[in-house]
Design a protein around this ligand. Structure first.
Ligand code: ZN
Ligand code: ZN
Length: 393
């Protein structure tokens, strides 16, 4: 295979990627409802002459088959997630979301664009390799639903390596973040419904106050981390919503609490679930109520094998220069890319989208002012293309 300057080719696509990314940004769609996004991706693939098929309802897989000879003939996969979040955008950007209450606040607009950029480069060089590149535009990442559809569909069968890339505001643009081992935590969502008994506010002893019980549960559950977990073990619990009651003068008959837990392995995850259930149930029982607890398993940990991180580090430094790769320590975020890694050896990498001179690009994901330095897409597109070409050798 002849040497291809993917960095330069990605750089030449910069303007195109910026305008495409802004178009995706203006038209965000929620998880598993990415209908327009999927069609837009398909139109771009059509323009490039790349065959595609749907995976699930809204996932899109583009397939580039090499027409050259003399390389391994392997199959490699590149993954970009494509969904947005239920957030009202406050950036004030000219290309801000046109869909009220929905925003690309996790950078997935740029993931899709970077992969389309890489697709253009790879299609252009299809004569230089044998084998197959699967471009995985994955739906439903934010609710831990899409990657399972891909794993079940057979789209990942026979794949030699997979690469996923995510934006990172904490990494300076032009750099790639990698980490050996556990990179992201497990993700669970829990919903606790508290059942009480309504009564007149003047006769609380006749009722069971679900609002009071829910409040106690919110406080008591904090002990899961502070009293029931070793201080040296990362466990996270966040309660994000609590709804209760119908009127100021009625003892609330129901309450609902929602939150998420994050752990670094599945053993800790099981222990945390059990502790929380014990606390919630006993708190409710103490005041005459009861609870129903529902768990939704969003993601296993994302674990990068050392050997594959080494490979991708070399590719990244080769393309972006010595010193371009930084360690990105484990975080308690999560990603259902774990489903890809369960089937295929590969790497979850980060592209720096932070710029010290632009504070808005340093904001954490899911912030309503979230913004990226779009030059991070050049590094991502180059790394996608380089990794595919190297793995196909
Ligand atoms: Zn996100
Ligand atoms: Zn994300």
């Amino acid at each position: 295979m002849r040497e291809i300057n993917v960095k330069e080719e990605a750089q030449n696509l910069y303007e195109r990627m910026v305008s495409l990314r802004r178009e995706f940004h203006a038209h965000p769609e929620l998880s598993l409802r990415e209908f327009e996004t999927a069609e837009r991706i398909e139109r771009e693939l059509d323009k490039l002459g790349i065959a595609h098929e749907r995976v699930g309802e809204t996932g899109v897989m583009g397939v580039i088959r090499g027409t050259g000879e003399g390389t391994s003939g392997r199959v490699v996969a590149l993954r970009a997630d494509m969904d947005a979040l239920p957030i009202e955008e406050k950036t004030g950007a000219v290309y801000a979301s046109l869909n009220t209450g929905c925003m690309h606040a996790c950078g997935h607009d740029s993931h899709v664009t970077s992969l389309l950029g890489a697709a253009e480069i790879l299609k252009r060089h299809e004569k230089d390799f044998t084998g197959e590149i699967r471009l995985c535009f994955q739906q439903g990442e934010e609710i831990g639903a899409g990657a399972r559809i891909w794993a079940k569909s057979g789209a990942l069968d026979g794949v030699y390596r997979v690469l996923g890339i995510h934006t990172a505001p904490d990494i300076e643009v032009g750099h790639i973040g990698l980490h050996v081992g556990t990179t992201f935590a497990t993700v669970d969502k829990f919903t606790i419904e508290v059942q009480g008994v309504p009564a007149h506010a003047a006769s609380p002893e006749e009722g069971v106050d679900a609002l009071y019980i829910a409040s106690q549960i919110v406080v008591n559950l904090q002990a899961t981390v502070s009293r029931r977990t070793s201080p040296t073990e990362p466990v996270l619990m966040n309660i994000g919503t609590m709804q209760a009651g119908t009127s100021y003068n009625i003892v609330a008959s129901g309450a609902v609490i929602e939150g998420t837990t994050r752990c670094i392995n599945n053993e800790a995850r099981a222990r945390v679930r059990e502790t929380m259930e014990t606390i919630a149930k006993s708190t409710a029982t103490a005041f005459g109520g009861s609870v129903t607890i529902k768990w939704q398993d969003f993601a296993d940990p994302v674990i990068n094998p050392e050997a594959n991180v080494k490979e991708v580090s070399i590719f990244a430094e080769n393309v972006l220069g010595t010193g371009a790769v930084v360690d990105r320590p484990m975080s308690m975020m999560g990603d259902d890319f774990c489903e890809f890694l369960k089937k295929v050896p590969g790497v979850y990498a980060f592209t720096g989208t932070g710029n010290v001179n632009r504070p808005e690009t340093r904001l954490v994901h899911h912030n309503d002012h979230f913004e990226i330095d779009e030059a991070g897409m050049v590094s991502a597109a180059a790394l996608y293309a380089k990794s595919a070409l190297e793995w196909l050798k």
